[in-house]
Design a protein around this ligand. Structure first.
Ligand code: SAM
Ligand code: SF4
Length: 366
């Protein structure tokens, strides 16, 4: 009897519930195309009610592709010798930050390969202070610089960083192990502790996962969403995994779901997360656009409310290829901005120029 009753629960009935359990989440993520329309509609309603139809810009600065880590999926892993390694100059970083400030983006993300040496840590500290001074404290800064010690997180926070993005990549420790080398420097527990250290330091904490990885199941993805909820996360940036031929994980490319399927699954992840965590910030990530030119706009319609226009100087973009078909490799910031404006309007949203767009969830908690 119980089994029959469960089988009869429709997507509509699940969408009426106040709290989604793992079975509900799995059913939503497994929904076919027709039912997905209802999920996206519901997510859009929740978005409009709780965070509005406003999209926040985060100007993305890909500071350096030097990385001490060797994640098995990432094009800029230390083991890949195909790319010329670069570090942006202070002037280039400040020019990109100035562009964001003058164009009223109100917020930037400084992202890079992971380094823990003192020269790197103090350089970031100094850049944060310079950006703060240049923009008269009007830019909010997100860092995405990997796992660091509590002390480093504290130093960067004191120097002016407000938010930090560190993806758990996959919340299942067994899968995490399959995606990283077994060398003692890529441990799931370290990643978890880094997220806890970020929370303890007072950052708005963002995390996320890759979707459509080899070995990953829908049950894993449901657990990822539950992980975000249990961690009470403030922001999420998640998107499709896209293979890169110079990485060890490329070997499993034939086991991957087709790209279209990965896109659809990513959109459902965004929508279900919006339904579960109504007032967090959710990014429409660049990897969506690598599959579909309007992938990010589809994510906005499915509940996302943050977009990261790329402000990295064009000359470096070919060397920051995390995955294949990365979009906008030759588009200057100005072009990206005007093209985004039109597309965001088409998605029924407006850009919240001049607003920091802090996570409402974070503001309520703090
Ligand atoms: N090094 C920092 C870190 O790992 O947190 C920040 C930069 S890292 C390139 C940013 C994110 O890129 C990672 O968290 C990972 O999820 C994503 N990424 C790397 N390789 C990818 C791939 N092949 N497909 C999709 N996303 C990928
Ligand atoms: Fe380095 Fe981040 Fe890429 Fe891992 S995902 S290899 S830490 S840049």
């Amino acid at each position: 009897m119980v089994r029959e009753a469960r089988e009869m629960t429709t997507v509509e009935e699940i969408l009426e519930k106040h709290n989604l359990g793992k079975e509900d989440i799995t059913a939503l993520l497994s929904a076919g195309e027709d039912d997905s329309v209802a999920i996206f509609r519901k997510a859009r309603e929740v978005k409009n009610e709780f965070v509005g139809n406003r999209v926040y810009f985060r100007g993305l600065i890909e500071y350096s592709n030097y990385c001490a880590k060797n994640c098995l999926y990432c094009g800029i892993r230390s083991g890949n010798s195909r790319y010329a390694r670069y570090v942006m100059t202070d002037e280039e970083v400040l020019a990109a930050a100035r562009y964001a400030w003058e164009n009223r983006f109100a917020s930037i993300v400084l992202q890079s390969g992971e380094r823990e040496d003192e020269a790197f840590i103090s350089k970031i500290e100094q850049l944060l202070r310079s950006i703060r001074e240049m923009a008269r404290n009007e830019l909010h800064i997100t860092l995405s610089l990997g796992e660091q010690t509590l002390e480093t997180y504290r130093r960067w926070s004191e120097a002016g960083a407000h938010r930090y993005l560190l993806r758990i990549e996959d919340a299942n420790p067994d899968l995490y192990r399959k995606l990283h080398p077994d060398d003692g420097r890529h441990a799931y527990q370290d990643r978890l502790e880094a997220l806890q250290a970020l929370r303890a330091t007072g950052y708005q904490v963002g995390t996320g996962v890759m979707i459509g990885l080899p070995f990953q199941t829908v049950s894993d993805l449901a657990d990822d969403l539950i992980f975000f909820r249990d961690f009470d996360i403030d922001m999420v940036g998640m998107g499709p995994y896209i293979e890169h031929k110079d990485t060890p994980l490329y070997e499993y490319r034939n086991q991957l779901p087709p790209l279209r399927h990965r896109l659809q699954l990513s959109l459902k992840m965004v929508a279900v997360l919006r339904i579960m965590m109504k007032d967090i910030n959710i990014a429409a990530t660049t990897a969506l656009q690598a599959i579909d030119p309007v992938g990010r706009e589809k994510a906005l319609q499915a509940g996302a409310n943050v977009i990261m226009p790329n402000l990295t100087p064009v000359k470096y973009r070919q060397d920051y290829l995390l995955y294949e078909n990365k979009p906008c490799l030759d588009e200057e910031a100005e072009h990206c901005k005007s093209c985004l404006e039109t597309r965001i309007q088409m998605a029924g949203d407006t850009i919240a120029y001049g607003e920091w767009g802090d996570s409402e969830h974070f503001q309520k908690r703090s």
